[in-house]
Design a protein around this ligand. Sequence first.
Ligand code: GTP
Ligand code: MN
Ligand code: MN
Ligand code: MN
Ligand code: MN
Ligand code: MN
Length: 193
Amino acid sequence: MAEQITREDALTREGYRHACHIMLYGDSSAKLFGKIPIKHIVLMQMRFDGLLGFPGGLVNPSKESLEAGLSRELHEEVGVAVPVGVDNHVSSCLSPSSPRLITHFYIRKMTESELKEIERAAVAAATDHGLEVLGMIRVPLYFLKNGGGLPYFLSHSFISNSRAQLLSALQHCRLLSQGELEKAVRQAEQMRR
Ligand code: GTP
Ligand code: MN
Ligand code: MN
Ligand code: MN
Ligand code: MN
Ligand code: MN
């Protein structure tokens, strides 16, 4: 588990780079195959390097606030400068994969129509579409036979600690029960062998 620090402590450290990423999510009443409730929409992206991650990017806090920088990255990557505030911040970590990098994580709840608008803008308006961002994707939160759904999703490869960020956000927002999360992680673990 990556070492957590406070947002304030992070900003006093010298010689660190900062990256801010966000989970945009919301409720949905849609049903897969007309019968399996998808329950929530959670957005992630396929990155240029083939890894899954959240939208966001590097921010230089001497030039812009963490939250303004995250909105700028959202404009580049999903085509909408979604407003982000300090109240959307959930954690800051010393990155386990890159030395001298602090990763800040945010969560913002939106309506289903706002999320659908972001999915359209990510293709139609985002300057990074097809370049740094290969596409926005939704996280399957349900369980199908033989590990289909969330377990298979978790068996993919993720950038830095974004997989842990996803799991803790699903717990934090209570999008899945503790038992469901443990089941998904256990089944994903069996697939990797
Ligand atoms: P450029 O515009 O090309 O500079 O990229 P960017 O500013 O969009 O940066 P990027 O999103 O790649 O994030 C910068 C660094 O943060 C990456 O090299 C990863 O180490 C890390 N990172 C990227 N995505 C995530 C994520 O979803 N979660 C976490 N924890 N770290 C991430
Ligand atoms: Mn079909
Ligand atoms: Mn970017
Ligand atoms: Mn990015
Ligand atoms: Mn950038
Ligand atoms: Mn860029």
